[in-house]
Write a protein that binds this ligand. Structure first.
Ligand code: GLN
Length: 577
């Protein structure tokens, strides 16, 4: 039996339905048992670290590797550990960190989880995204509960143990053979040190055959010297080695092919096998990366090193089919995405990707024009929008740019241009309809004008007394029933759906009858709360607003039906223009 501070590891047991086992510790002076870290017997863990610079695309490499393993029949998931102190990215301005992605279970997460779902076609959850803030919050809460029994609570072992517990959480479900963990940030950052230390320790908790580190790095090209430079990579690997971690595989982002000499140099100086130096050339689209990584045999290297047995052949037929359609479109449309975060396309990541999936399904090249709603006024609106084939009004918060969005909706409704309003976009569609069709000139959302005489969009009762901002919106998946014969029902091909939400304000049912009578139809209703989830204009080729975010559920293999139908409508619109 091993002594562990004042605790003894007294027993270990297999968790139900899993090959992970947990240990209990018993305090010397009490008979109370405390679960400590979990250890995995045969679940394999792959850690992906990044070096040299951020934004190298760890998320895409993680998702591509996962895709290749999944295509060989391996059960795999991906989780991301982010080193910042926010408990989750829900309170971050999109300009800080790009879009906030939302999972089925209502977690507000990093946008990389969107890539994981889009590539793997399987849902993630709160457990797939953990921040330093969450780790510290857990540890401090335990400390206040007295769970550390008088010990000095420290980064090592308490924070690192908490990190490891979270590394292993998804393994407890017994659903995965392999868990890929992306460590956010760069090695060498002060804030990611505890994560790196936890990774080092994990190797010994789970055994070397179950542990692998893939380090993603950059090989810059110096045009003046006509040379690819390995030194930054050598330095970043050195930093990993100083932290006690030897990377097993190097994935090298590069704008030029890596000559054998460069690979040899990397192998020699970074202590990595030559065939584990993987070239990752810039790709035409992120969806090419799995095939590029397959060509470079990344999956084979991983399988050999982890002694993973799996299907010999990779089943990527549907993926290739998607790529074929994406690259050989038979039509082309221009769609305006009207929002206020347009200078950072990452703020609309899931919407942009949903258009890629749906565009491929329609064999149509979708040119998205991101247009700032602040630039749109009654005087210039026609000029700015008339060459578009369809219009999307994006989700968002706050008053800035609202009037431009209202003008946009009016333009789309009156000119019969295909329109798709998402979340705030749907709320704006309701406001516009109330103002211009019902003639309620002061109609507004109480988010923008708390004292409006006509609060057509308003706070739900349960939202009124909330004081905390983080994690308190209506979040995650809710059911919705569609009206027979509506455009929404036609698109989905069924009447019961579930979609993900992220908002506080709702359609105010006091105005439902009046609005419906004038032709804005509530075609989707939450059967439990009667909240309006979808509105559509009756006499219009395609005008739909959704209170939920359909973009979160669009994947390569399952393009979202509303996006597909919207593109089909824009193709039609272009023909008759
Ligand atoms: N600001 C609006 C609300 O909170 C819409 C949110 C959104 O578009 N995601 O209800």
């Amino acid at each position: 039996m091993k002594e562990y501070a004042s605790f003894k590891i007294s027993s270990s047991f297999l968790l139900p339905n899993s090959n992970i086992y947990s240990t209990f510790t018993t305090h010397k002076n009490q008979n109370k048992k405390y679960p400590t870290i979990l250890m995995a017997s045969s679940t394999k863990f792959i850690f992906i670290t990044g070096g040299v610079t951020s934004s190298l695309g760890k998320g895409i490499i993680a998702a591509s590797l996962a895709k290749l393993l999944q295509a060989r029949g391996i059960r795999v998931t991906i989780q991301k550990f982010d080193p910042y102190l926010n408990i989750d990215p829900g309170t971050l301005n999109p300009y800080e960190h790009g879009e906030c992605y939302v999972t089925e279970d209502g977690a507000e997460t990093d946008l990389d989880l969107g890539h994981y779902e889009r590539f793997l076609n399987s849902p993630t959850s709160q457990a797939n995204n953990v921040t330093t803030g969450r780790i510290y919050n857990n540890v401090i809460t335990k400390e206040r509960r007295g769970e550390y029994l008088g010990k000095t609570v420290q980064v090592i072992p308490h924070i690192t143990d908490e990190i490891k517990r979270n590394f292993f959480k998804l393994g407890e479900t017994g659903k995965y053979d392999v868990i890929i963990t992306e460590i956010g940030g760069c090695v060498g950052d002060i804030e990611s040190l505890p994560f790196i230390e936890a990774v080092r320790q994990v190797k010994w908790d789970i055994g070397v055959n179950n542990f692998l580190v893939v380090h993603l790095t950059l090989i810059p090209y110096l045009a003046a010297a006509k040379e690819l430079k390995t030194k930054p990579t050598q330095h970043s690997v050195k930093q990993l080695l100083e932290a006690g971690i030897q990377p097993d595989i190097l994935v090298c982002r590069t704008e030029h092919p890596l000559p054998l000499e460069v690979k040899k140099k990397l192998s020699l100086f970074c202590n990595v096998q030559l065939n584990s130096v993987i070239e990752a050339m810039d790709a035409e689209t992120i969806y090419d990366v799995p095939l590029l990584m397959k060509k470079e045999k990344l999956d084979e290297r991983v399988m050999t090193k982890l002694k993973l047995s799996a299907k010999k052949n990779t089943d990527l037929e549907q993926w290739k089919d998607f790529l074929g359609k994406l690259k050989n479109p038979t039509s082309e449309v221009k769609i305006g995405l009207i929002g206020k975060y347009v200078s950072l396309p990452d703020a609309y990541k899931s919407i942009i990707e949903a258009f890629v999936h749906a565009g491929a399904a329609c064999e149509c090249k979708v040119n998205l024009a991101l247009i700032s709603s602040e630039e749109l006024h009654p005087e210039n609106i026609a000029k700015k929008l008339e060459d578009l084939d369809g219009i999307v009004v994006a989700p968002g918060f706050g008053e800035r740019g609202l009037e431009g969005k209202i003008e946009t909706v009016k333009f789309a409704r009156e000119n019969k241009m295909p329109f798709f309003g998402i979340c705030l976009g749907m709320q704006v569609a309701v406001i516009e309809f109330a103002r211009n069709v019902l003639k309620l000139k002061s109609a507004n959302s109480t988010e923008m004008d708390p004292k409006t005489a006509h609060p057509v969009i308003a706070l739900m009762e349960e939202q009124k007394n909330l004081e905390l901002m983080g994690g308190t919106m209506r979040l995650g998946s809710y059911p919705c029933e569609l009206k027979k014969g509506s455009k929404a029902a036609q698109a989905y091909g069924k009447l019961k759906i579930n979609e993900r939400h992220r908002h506080r304000y709702e359609f105010n049912n006091k105005y439902l009858k009046a609005i419906e009578e004038k032709g804005l139809i509530p075609s989707g209703i939450n059967p439990e709360t009667n909240l309006v989830e979808i509105v559509e204009v009756k006499d219009h080729p395609w005008f739909i607003g959704t209170q939920f975010h359909p973009e979160y559920k669009s994947t390569v293999l399952n393009p979202h039906p509303l996006f597909v139908r919207f593109i089909a409508a824009t193709i039609e619109n272009k023909k008759i223009k």
